[in-house]
Each structure stands twice: as structure tokens, then as C-alpha cells.
Design a protein. Structure first.
Ligand code: ADP
Ligand code: MG
Length: 627
């Protein structure tokens, strides 16, 4: 604790900051100098949150707002003392909350922030996303005092710190207590080089730039008991689309939702009919850092007649969690409890209708501006695909939105409609291959026969793919078929390179039976392949079970069905012909060695390894030495 701390009274508690707070403060003060003006936005946003919280509580306890006047944020600069105060008449904090909220970092997001900050380029953007808010004060202040009185309490407390080692909390004296009827006053003693933040022009500029869309008035003290409102404080979503410009939306997206890019799409409408509500949603232009954080919330804020109710209501299904914005109900009761929100039929109805609308807006975007849509798909496609599995009701709609890489797409994207438009005559299925990466997939021997027939195969490399594609019944009447399962339905489709014709002969069928006999402990069957052109062998899954990739994923979770694979052999390949020669000349050992080696090669081609490395080496050696 610093030696020159303010004189203490017996009831003052002094505490060191939690280690992470100290780390954060150090980072802020030293590395974020250029973006320090955001401290004001952070303090105003806290004040606005506190007002939201109070208004919500007052829905059931109206007495709480009784004293304290209209809800507002007040800013006052005093150039004599070089102090700036930001005050709200919101919910306030008691002593324990002051210590908890301003002395520790409770939220996981802030920890993630700390870990990210060191490497980040756009550090102010990082602060916005993670909302480490309050501590930003120390970028401009050498001392911060927070006088707070919790709504409904007669006591106030003062938290203070120089942002170095720790903070102190003491009961407020009588004058201080009288000064806050309710809420919080943050007083910043500005550093020498931060005195420009005392100027009205500068304060107005910052409020317009960062806090114009706060729902409460921000009032600037103009002296002699006068104050004037310096923000717009209008609920943009409640206004008509025709009154608003692209800039208005852009500002709301940045200020109201804390983004630094441009939205990829904006959805603004008013639903009327059985239930009435306004919707203003954005598809972000870039992926939020915590898209895969299970605890991520707050992406859609729910209001009732402009009163903030909750940012934890599930207003959209998880696979639309990248959508951000506001939904404001006109007809729900204001005293709806947050906990019960999920069970209300109105909310279920809003959820359903808005989800449909979002999907149809995305479809419209795909149609009207394919390039813009592909950007959305590139950022959020993997998340949208979760819906293919989780939301069977909208699966067809989602399949229409899905874009894929395929054996013919190159670096482009293919829709299922594109795929169906280029079906080969007699092709009855949508073929796909699932695997870990596109590169591995492209090298799969199973694809050869499809390539030779000019049949497009979708390449699915997201982990979720194996699951939805098995659950989906098909698209536009065509079933999905894995290229690594069952017999390839290729016989009806003519080869484009007749030279590569892997047609079965009687002797080849005898060979398949002989190899099957040898390998029967390890394979379900051995058959002549229609899939193979270049490679001698490949493995496929038996009809009816999971395909090779799904089986691999399930085995990893110890849920594999454990069916032995089918070994397919390419009757045209020299190695297979060599095996056949061994068979007809009665070289039993050689046929056996070749059979097992072919199986191990098929495993290796899949990215696996020989089942018994020692035996593999033994057989290989025998063959190489021609024994
Ligand atoms: P965040 O706003 O993201 O939670 P902050 O660092 O800005 O993070 O604030 C930390 C916490 O301190 C807030 O969550 C809130 O509980 C409390 N707090 C800060 N400012 C105020 C205020 N003006 N009134 C009431 N509580 C506040
Ligand atoms: Mg904050």
C-alpha cells in the first residue's frame, strides 16, 4: 500500500488489489495511452447500466425511484480542482459491492482480455469487446474516488484508489451522504497531461462519438445551476427505417454494441399483429473473439417499451449467437421477471418469428449480394451449420444457406442448388466426404472414381459436419451419401476417361474372395472397387453404419460401433495384379503378405497406421527381398 494514502479513519478498510487487477492496471496505463479517451465511454456505460438496473428493479419496487429525480447521467468538470465527475442516480453499490466490483476481476471475459491484450494490435477495440471498463479511469486519473449509495439505503460509502497497489473503502460523511440521494458519483483527479478532458468541447465530442446512443440523457453541467443534454438518447430501433441513414445504423452498431468494424448486414423492422415488437439486429462484420465461449451472453438485448429487461434471454437459437442487437416488445407486461422470461409464450413466439426472419434476410442477402453473403458465411458458417443438426425444423432453410467446398469448387463456394444444377445424368445422390482437413480430403483415394466420372463431391471438414449430414434426409429430394460408406453408386454413371475403367473380371472376383478369406479377422468384406482409379486399395464403411470419419470421431469418444471396414481393391492396379498372379501360381505366403500389406496401405492412406507394426515390417521385408 502506498505511503501517501489519504489519512484514514478507524472505519477505513484498506486492501490490495487482486493480482489480476494490478496486472490490468499496469497494462492499461502503460500500453493503451493512445486510446485513453475511452475512459469516458466506459464510465458512462457503467452509469447507464446502473440506471437500467434501477429501472428494472423499480418495476416491482416503485418506491426505489421515489427520491432522486429523473434518471440521468451527469458530468461536471471543475478546472480549479482539475477534477471530472461522472454521476448517475442508478442502482448504486454498498460497501461489499464496491470491494467486489472495483477490486477484483470476477468475469472470465476480462481474464481472456488480459491474455489477449499483450499481442493485440487494436487495443482500444480489445477493451471495448471485453469491457474492462472501470479501470480505464486510471489512464487519465491519478486518483479515483467513487461515492456510492445503494438504492433504498441510508448509508453511502467512498471507495478510493491511486490505481497503484490497492484501494480504501470508508463510510461517507454526512455531507457526502447528502450529496448522493441514490446512485454513484465517480470523481477523477485528472493527471497533469489529461486536463483537456475538462473542456466542455472535448467532453461533448467524446459523448457524441461514443455515447450518443445511451438511452438516458447525458447532462453536462454548464455552471450556475444550468445543465444541458449532450447526447441524443433516442432508441434507434423504435424509429422508422425511413428516418434513418446508414450512418445512424453504423453509429448504433459501434457505440451501442461496442464494435469497431462495419456490420455485414442490418435487420431492422417492426413486427405487428398478435404481438408487437421492434427488432434491430446486426450481423457483425468480423468474428467476436468469444463466439465459442459457452457463457457468452448479451448479444441480443431484450427491452419492454424501452426498459431494459435482460441480455440473457434466449431470443435466438445458439446457432444464431453471432447476431447482435435489440428486441423491444410493445405489449409484454413491464414487471415480467427475468427468470420467467424463457417460459413466456410471447418470448417463444418472438424467438420463432425472429429466427425465421433472420434466416430469410440471410437468404435475401445471398441472392442480392453473393459476395457480401460469402463473407458472412466465411465468418459464421461453422456456427450456422450447428443449426443443421440442432434445428431439424429449419434444416431445409439452413441447407439453402449453406455453402461448401467441393472437388470442383477450387477456392470458391458451392451451394446445394449449384451442386444439383451440375448433377451427372443418372446421379441420384449428393456425394460428400468428411474428414479433418480439406487437404487430407482432397487426397482421399475414395474420391478417384468420382473424379473419373466428373461427379462433384462435397468436402466437409468441420467437426459438426459428420453429425448433421448423417441426420439430414437430403436436399430437394436427393439423399446425402458418404463416399466412404457402402458401395459407390457409380455404375450407372459413365467414365469420362475410359482408359481408367476398373471393370471387374471373373478372376478379379476370385482374388477378392481369396483376400477376404485371408483378412477375415480384420475386414467385413473385400470387394472390387468402383471408387478407385489410381490407388490400389481403400477402406470404406459397411452400409448402414457410420461412415469412416464418423466412426473415427465416435471411436475417439469410445462410442464407435466397431464394425470392421470393407476393403476395396482396384483390379487394374499392378499390385493387385501381382496378388492375383500369386494366387493363380499358388504362392500362398506371397498372397498372404500382399493381402495384409494392401490392408495396411489402405489404413495409411486414411491417415492411420498399420495395425501390427512388427508384422507389417516383417512382411514388407520379405517382399522387398523377394523371399
Ligand atoms: P462491466 O461494466 O463490464 O461489468 P466495469 O469494470 O466497467 O465492468 O465495472 C465493474 C462493475 O462495477 C460493474 O459490473 C458494476 O457492477 C459495478 N459498477 C461500475 N460502475 C458502476 C455504477 N456507476 N453504478 C453501479 N455499479 C457500478
Ligand atoms: Mg462497464
Amino acid at each position: 500500500m502506498s505511503d501517501n494514502a489519504a489519512p484514514t479513519t478507524p472505519s477505513t478498510t484498506e486492501r490490495p488489489f487482486e493480482a489480476d487487477v494490478s496486472r490490468l492496471l499496469e497494462l492499461m496505463v502503460h500500453s493503451l495511452y493512445s486510446s485513453r479517451e475511452i475512459f469516458l465511454r466506459e464510465l458512462i456505460s457503467n452509469a447507464s447500466d446502473a440506471l437500467d438496473k434501477l429501472r428494472y428493479l423499480a418495476l416491482t419496487e416503485p418506491a426505489l425511484v421515489g427520491a432522486g429525480g429523473d434518471l440521468a447521467v451527469r458530468i461536471r468538470a471543475n478546472s480549479q480542482t482539475a477534477t471530472l465527475t461522472i454521476e448517475d442516480n442508478g442502482i448504486g453499490m454498498d460497501a461489499a459491492e464496491l470491494a467486489q466490483n472495483l477490486g477484483t476481476i470476477a468475469r472470465s471475459g476480462t481474464r481472456a482480455f488480459l491474455d489477449n491484450l499483450r499481442n493485440a494490435k487494436d487495443q482500444s477495440g480489445q477493451i471495448g469487446q471485453f469491457g474492462v471498463g472501470f479501470y480505464a479511469s486510471f489512464m487519465v486519473a491519478s486518483r479515483v474516488e467513487v461515492l456510492s449509495r445503494k438504492a433504498g439505503s441510508k448509508d453511502a460509502h467512498v471507495w478510493s484508489s491511486d490505481g497503484l497497489g490497492g484501494y480504501a473503502i470508508r463510510p461517507a460523511d454526512a455531507i457526502e451522504t447528502a450529496a448522493v440521494a441514490r446512485g454513484t458519483r465517480v470523481t477523477l483527479s485528472l493527471k497533469e497531461d489529461a486536463h483537456s478532458f475538462l473542456e466542455a468541447v472535448e467532453i461533448e465530442r467524446l459523448v457524441r462519438a461514443y455515447s450518443d446512443h445511451i438511452l438516458f440523457p447525458v447532462l453536462l453541467w454548464a455552471g450556475k445551476g444550468e445543465e444541458r443534454q449532450i447526447n441524443r438518447a433516442s432508441a434507434l430501433w423504435a424509429r422508422s427505417k425511413h428516418e434513418l441513414s446508414a450512418t445512424d445504423y453504423q453509429e448504433f452498431y459501434q457505440q451501442g454494441l461496442g464494435h469497431y468494424d462495419e456490420p455485414a448486414a442490418t435487420i431492422h423492422y417492426r413486427a405487428e399483429g398478435r404481438s408487437e415488437y421492434a427488432v434491430l439486429l446486426f450481423v457483425p462484420g468480423a468474428k467476436p473473439f468469444n463466439l465459442y465461449d459457452a457463457n457468452r451472453k448479451g448479444h441480443v438485448r431484450f427491452y419492454v417499451r424501452r426498459v431494459f429487461i435482460s441480455d440473457e434471454a434466449e431470443l435466438l437459437p445458439p446457432y444464431l449467437r453471432f447476431i447482435e442487437g435489440v428486441i423491444d416488445s410493445q405489449d409484454m407486461p413491464l414487471n415480467v421477471s427475468r427468470e420467467m422470461l424463457q417460459d413466456r409464450p410471447e418470448v417463444a413466439q418472438i424467438r420463432k418469428a425472429v429466427s425465421n426472419r433472420v434466416l430469410s434476410e440471410l437468404a435475401t442477402l445471398a441472392e442480392k449480394d453473393a459476395a457480401a453473403y460469402l463473407k458472412v458465411w466465411e465468418a459464421f458458417g461453422a456456427v450456422l451449420k450447428e443449426g443443421l443438426y440442432e434445428d431439424p425444423e429449419r434444416r431445409d432453410q439452413l441447407l439453402g444457406l449453406a455453402r461448401f467446398r467441393s472437388t470442383t469448387s477450387g477456392d470458391g463456394w458451392r451451394s446445394l442448388a449449384d451442386y444439383l444444377a451440375s448433377l451427372k445424368e443418372s446421379q441420384t445422390a449428393i456425394f460428400y466426404a468428411t474428414g479433418e482437413t480439406l487437404e487430407k480430403l482432397k487426397a482421399s483415394p475414395q474420391l478417384e472414381g468420382f473424379g473419373a466420372r466428373g461427379v462433384e463431391v462435397l468436402l466437409l471438414a468441420d467437426p459438426i459436419d459428420s453429425f448433421w449430414v448423417t441426420a439430414a434426409l437430403g436436399f430437394d429430394g436427393k439423399p446425402f451419401r458418404s463416399v466412404t460408406k457402402g458401395e459407390a453408386d457409380l455404375q450407372a454413371i459413365p467414365l469420362e476417361h475410359p482408359a481408367a475403367n476398373p471393370e471387374a473380371t471373373a478372376t478379379a472376383s476370385d482374388l477378392a474372395r481369396a483376400i477376404e478369406q485371408i483378412l477375415k479377422s480384420a475386414v467385413t468384406a473385400v470387394r472390387l472397387s468402383r471408387r478407385l482409379v489410381e490407388s490400389p486399395v481403400c477402406l470404406v464403411a459397411p452400409e448402414g453404419g457410420p461412415d469412416r470419419e464418423l466412426e473415427r470421431l465416435l471411436t475417439r469418444q469410445s462410442q464407435g460401433v466397431g464394425l470392421n471396414p470393407v476393403l476395396e481393391i482396384n483390379a487394374n492396379h499392378a499390385l493387385v495384379k501381382a496378388a492375383d498372379a500369386a494366387r493363380s501360381s499358388g504362392s500362398t505366403q506371397r498372397l498372404e503378405d500382399l493381402s495384409w500389406l494392401l490392408l495396411d496401405e489402405a489404413r495409411i492412406l486414411e491417415g492411420g497406421s498399420p495395425a501390427e507394426p512388427a508384422k507389417f515390417a516383417e512382411r514388407l521385408n520379405r517382399l522387398l527381398l523377394g523371399d
